[in-house]
Design a protein around this ligand. Structure first.
Ligand code: AMP
Length: 211
């Protein structure tokens, strides 16, 4: 499979699993959240435009985000590669725009994998995780160190990983993103896995679907 979407609520492990597909299986990972946070960290005009949405846990409007992502795909010729999308699409309109773009290169989404996880587990995970501001690796609450294992930078907490913003992000997921489940199901593209268990177990569930 070459075009894989990871779908699921914030904290379901999409980022971690996309990273593993990149590291172990030759996929290229496209994380919208990381691209947007990089624009913010670099202080670009675009970053300034999107920052308030990220701070509030709201989706960036399509007019601002969709073209940005589609241009990124085209510029980097991602349609020629094995790609895992983490965080895009997040609305049906984005899925349609992505599929239209891929169609220009005779491609389509191969599978959208939904990672299921109960809300309380999500809040527990997100309020305790740490991230590396440099290489963007994510560390679970059970990780005891304060420096990144990969690059040695001091770990931080994502500014939108506080309980109030997490609840907002979950609301946004259920009202704006979860209709995609039905959309991909009707298109015959949906696969389901449980997000419970170890990172390794979840990785194997995903691998069984995409390899
Ligand atoms: P993530 O790192 O995937 O949790 O994304 C963090 C934040 O980036 C989200 O809460 C949104 O504010 C924004 N974002 C990421 N992907 C999208 C998208 N596809 N559409 C709109 N906003 C997005």
């Amino acid at each position: 499979m070459s075009i894989v979407i990871l779908l699921g609520p914030p904290g379901s492990g999409k980022g971690t699993q996309a990273e593993l597909l990149e590291k172990d299986n030759g996929f290229l990972r496209l994380s919208t959240g990381d691209l947007l946070r990089k624009e913010i960290a670099d202080g670009t005009e675009y970053g300034k435009k999107v920052q308030t949405y990220l701070d509030k846990g709201l989706l960036v409007p399509d007019e601002i985000v969709t073209k940005f992502i589609l241009d990124y795909i085209e510029k980097n010729e991602l349609y020629k590669k094995q790609v895992v999308f983490d965080g895009f699409p997040r609305r049906i309109s984005q899925a349609e725009a992505l599929r239209d773009k891929l169609k220009e290169f005779s491609k389509d989404i191969d599978t959208a994998i939904l990672i299921d996880l109960p809300e309380e587990e999500i809040i527990k995970r997100l309020t305790s995780r740490k991230v590396c501001p440099e290489c963007r690796k994510v560390f679970p609450g059970t990780f005891e160190g304060n420096t990144c294992e990969a690059c040695g930078s001091e770990l931080t907490v994502r500014s939108d990983d506080n309980e109030e913003t997490i609840r907002k992000r979950l609301d946004v997921y259920s009202s704006e993103t979860s209709p995609l489940i039905d959309y991909f199901d009707k298109a015959g593209m949906l696969d389901h896995i449980s997000g419970k268990g170890s990172v390794e177990e979840i990785k194997n569930r995903i691998k069984a679907l995409v390899m």
